[in-house]
Write a new protein. Sequence first.
Length: 131
Amino acid sequence: YMECTFQHDRISIKINNMNKINNDVWIPELDGWVSIDEYVESVKQTIEGEAPGIHPDGYQMKFSSCSDQDGNRWREPYVKVYNKQTAEIITDVLNDVGIEASVDCYEDDDGYPGQTRKLWSVKLGVKIKAE
């Protein structure tokens, strides 16, 4: 859902418990505005510090491009992982420190006929308006 509010003469948009102004994201847990780059870096540092069993090669920070039927476009940061267990560990670690995260699985049928492969990731709940 989207809800407009005003803060410091700038329009902010509330998205999934987070506010966004331009390219900054309000993080309630940090009680402040951070750039999307700082947010992504915070996610990486949390994973590295709180999930020591997850090797840095076991995940990647990525952005997906999204759109809806009304022509709205946005980008979403996510954590690409290679299995369900890693997705669950990272999701638990991020949620424990107050970063919204959820396990996501996309089933791809581009493999052998009749077989699907599962592509695992951790959705972060932040949307960035596409420019």
